[in-house]
Design a protein around this ligand. Structure first.
Ligand SMILES: CC(C)(COP(=O)(O)OP(=O)(O)OC[C@H]1O[C@@H](n2cnc3c(N)ncnc32)[C@H](O)[C@@H]1OP(=O)(O)O)[C@@H](O)C(=O)NCCC(=O)NCCS
Length: 180
């Protein structure tokens, strides 16, 4: 069953799993500002987690015609090695997508260009690549500085219930971002 964490013990367990999945490279404050959902096995161990935060889309803020004005940023997903290839990451992603179905304008994430497994997962869920970001990760992508940058794709899933308004406004958002 998927549940959102609501106590320090669960948060500690997520850090433990994240540090195994990401080889000790998660900083101790990484999840501080994120919401987190977990999927546990029958013996109570956490098999997988997903973290995200939400923000109001600044261009949609004054658009009274839609309630779908929230951008959901998926910040991290990880599944214990022994529990992989059983659809757990897909379930966790779908949990977040469904949770915000009535208010999300879009779901966004970044992924290292080298992470083919994760890219496959996101493609399967209909995310599309909309930016290539040079040296996005100043560190190795997980929170530790290694002295060289790692390129990333930004991938986005538009919330279909808001498609027409997305079409009008995306250009402005993308232009702003690409100028930076
Ligand atoms: C990426 C990760 C979360 C996938 O977890 P998972 O529970 O095994 O994924 P699922 O079983 O839901 O698989 C979903 C899709 O991912 C892709 N995928 C999963 N394992 C794969 C593999 N070994 N090779 C290629 N694609 C793979 C496939 O497209 C798969 O869909 P399919 O089964 O229909 O082919 C997991 O491998 C992981 O924790 N990796 C390390 C952490 C990481 O890279 N996180 C993402 C960046 S934050």
């Amino acid at each position: 069953m998927i549940k959102e964490i609501d106590n320090d013990l669960e948060l500690e367990q997520v850090y433990d799993l994240a540090n195994v999945v990401f080889e000790g490279k998660i900083s101790s404050t990484y999840f501080r500002d994120f919401d987190i959902a977990i999927l546990s096995s029958e013996n109570g161990e956490i098999d997988g987690f997903i973290s995200w935060y939400q923000e109001v889309d600044h261009l949609e803020y004054l658009n009274y015609e839609t309630n779908n004005n929230i951008n959901i940023h998926i910040t991290c997903i990880g599944v214990a090695e022994k529990a992989r290839n059983r659809g757990i990451a897909t379930r966790l992603m779908n949990y977040v997508i469904n949770k915000f179905h009535n208010c999300a304008k879009r779901y966004m994430l970044h992924v290292s260009v080298n992470n083919n497994v994760a890219i496959n997962l996101y493609n399967k869920l209909n995310f599309h690549t909309d930016f290539f970001e040079m040296d996005y990760y100043e560190d190795d992508g997980y929170g530790i500085y290694t002295g060289y940058g790692v390129n990333a794709y930004r991938m986005t899933l538009l919330n279909k219930s808001n498609e027409q308004i997305d079409g009008q406004i995306d250009g402005q958002i993308d232009e702003t971002i690409s100028l930076n």
